[in-house]
Every structure is written in structure tokens, then in C-alpha cells.
Design a protein around this ligand. Structure first.
Ligand SMILES: *[C@@H]1O[C@H](CO)[C@@H](O)[C@H](O)[C@H]1NC(C)=O
Ligand SMILES: *[C@@H]1O[C@H](CO)[C@@H](O)[C@H](O)[C@H]1NC(C)=O
Length: 95
């Protein structure tokens, strides 16, 4: 995920490959959610993509989550910064 996807880098005249046009890299695996997580997953997805609620059921869609295991932040010169998933989640607001 890069700030190049926002107006930020253009506004500051940063090339998308310039570290100041910050990047965050997530690695992990896709895991099906269980029954107790399904309601939260549905609410999260359909609140952002309401049309998906009426997509054909016979396509075998399923709800999944990203099990993040590694996070790297590139926002300055001199290399990546490592952020643990615990540090990352401790900054998030849940709905
Ligand atoms: C579903 O997964 C969550 C997160 O791993 C866990 O806390 C919860 O106990 C699980 N629920 C069931 C019914 O397995
Ligand atoms: C998430 O990934 C970690 C590290 O590979 C693994 O130990 C854990 O079991 C995974 N969690 C789920 C819900 O698959």
C-alpha cells in the first residue's frame, strides 16, 4: 500500500519510488473466518461495498480475513522499519 494511491505524493512532488512517498508492505495468509467472526466480517464488507450483498450466492463466496504476520514500513531513507502485528493492531479503531 502506497501513499502514491492518494494525492499526497503528487502534492509534495515525490516520485512514487521516493521513500518519502511512504509504503507499507503486509505479508500473511488469507484465512476463512469462523462463525463467531462472520457477523463482523459481513458488516465490514457490506458497509463498504453494499452492492456485494446482492451478488449471486451460487458463486461460493466466503468471508475471509488477512492473517498478517509481517509488516514493513518504508517512509524514509536508510531501510525498512519493522512493525509487529501487535503494534499495528494496537493503533486501530474497531467499529
Ligand atoms: C473464532 O476465531 C476467533 C479469533 O481467532 C476466536 O477468538 C473465537 O474463539 C473463534 N470462535 C469459534 C466459534 O471458533
Ligand atoms: C496466522 O499465521 C500464524 C503464523 O503463520 C499462524 O501461527 C496462525 O495459526 C495463523 N492464524 C490463523 C487463524 O490461521
Amino acid at each position: 500500500v502506497s501513499l502514491a494511491e492518494t494525492p499526497y505524493c503528487r502534492k509534495h512532488k515525490y516520485d512514487p519510488q521516493n521513500p518519502l512517498c511512504a509504503h507499507i508492505i503486509f505479508a500473511g495468509s488469507i484465512v476463512k473466518v469462523n462463525d463467531s467472526e462472520a457477523d463482523v466480517a459481513k458488516k465490514a464488507l457490506f458497509s463498504r461495498h453494499p452492492e456485494m450483498e446482492s451478488w449471486p450466492k451460487d458463486h461460493n463466496w466466503f468471508f475471509a480475513k488477512f492473517n498478517i504476520t509481517n509488516i514493513w514500513v518504508l517512509d524514509y531513507f536508510g531501510g525498512l522499519k519493522i512493525v509487529t502485528p501487535e503494534e499495528y493492531y494496537s493503533t486501530l479503531q474497531y467499529f
